[in-house]
Write a protein that binds this ligand. Structure first.
Ligand code: P6P
Length: 284
């Protein structure tokens, strides 16, 4: 299979699983005994989604390994040239409050952990009032509605609006650094707050309305909360391809390969002007 065929097969598999993932949430809102490698409690839904995606993605020709936010190590499959990094249910804590959450996918042509230079495709599924899927391949960002596991293209070439409208900043305000608090106080005067507690829902607002999403370095968590491999790189690539920008506070999220599969990074994505201001304020 060509690389394009493998990417399409990954996208089809993830979209195809969306109805089952939605259905699986019913009755799986309880926390399991275990924690994920980031030390976060796992919902039964997290474990179910992770096992479903592992089985189906490793069954694809060309997919050599599977890694997920929910498991310590990379899982070896059959021979292949591509490596899939997944956040099976990003924002799963939102299941209990019935708020939006998503699945994040990165397809790499190098063994994981791998950086932006090895990313060949990325996508996210947003389980909101509708199920939608945003995909990045060959530089183009496409948004589709997923109905009965099939993608129906809505916007063939999604790009950020030139004028930003919304912002969403994570972390508790008392834990914000002084520099980030200065940046936030400027942005709060200009944009509308949209923060839902699941990165995918908040990033999709930025992609739709323009603006900035950030989960910054905190005084309590100097590397922030989000994972570079599973969240920062694929989402940073999607927003950059849509005409926006990303940063970890110093440089594009695609510029620094993760040393550890589960390492955390500060994440800023959105309109380029807002990202540049963030870097300027944080480096002052
Ligand atoms: P907080 C969800 O757990 C997640 O990893 C991201 O999806 C989201 O942006 C962030 O954590 C929310 O964190 O501290 O607001 O609960």
């Amino acid at each position: 299979m060509s690389g394009a065929d493998v990417v399409e097969a990954v996208f089809e598999t993830v979209a195809g699983a969306a109805p089952e993932i939605r259905e699986s949430l019913v009755g799986r809102r309880r926390y399991e005994a275990g924690e994920n490698p980031s030390g976060e409690q796992q919902l039964a839904a997290d474990v179910y989604a992770d096992e479903l995606f592992e089985e189906r993605l490793l069954a694809l020709d060309g997919v050599a390994t599977y890694a997920s936010e929910e498991r310590e190590d990379v899982v070896e499959g059959a021979d292949g040239d591509y490596h899939v990094a997944l956040d099976p249910l990003d924002g799963s804590s939102n299941v209990k409050s019935n708020n939006a959450m998503g699945t994040i996918v990165g397809v790499f042509d190098a063994p994981l952990p791998a950086g932006g230079e090895s990313l060949v495709a990325a996508a996210y599924v947003l389980y909101g009032p509708l199920t939608t899927m945003v995909t990045l391949r060959e530089g183009t960002v496409t948004e589709s509605v997923v109905h009965e596991g099939e993608r129906h293209v809505g916007t063939a070439d999604r790009s950020l609006p030139d004028e930003p409208t919304v912002y969403g900043f994570g972390g508790r305000v008392p834990a914000w650094t002084d520099a980030f608090a200065d940046y936030a106080s400027e942005v709060e005067q200009e944009l509308k707050l949209r923060y839902g507690g699941a990165m995918i829902g908040d990033v999709n607002q930025v992609l739709t309305y323009g603006g900035v999403f950030a989960y910054p370095a905190l005084t309590t968590h100097p590397n922030g909360k989000l994972r570079r491999q599973f969240e920062g790189i694929p989402i940073g690539a999607i927003v950059e391809a849509a005409g926006g920008a990303s940063t970890d506070g110093e440089r594009s999220l695609l510029a620094t390969p993760p040393e550890d599969l589960h390492e955390r990074t500060p994440v800023f994505v959105g309109n380029r002007s807002l990202i540049e201001r963030a870097e300027a304020t944080l480096s002052a």
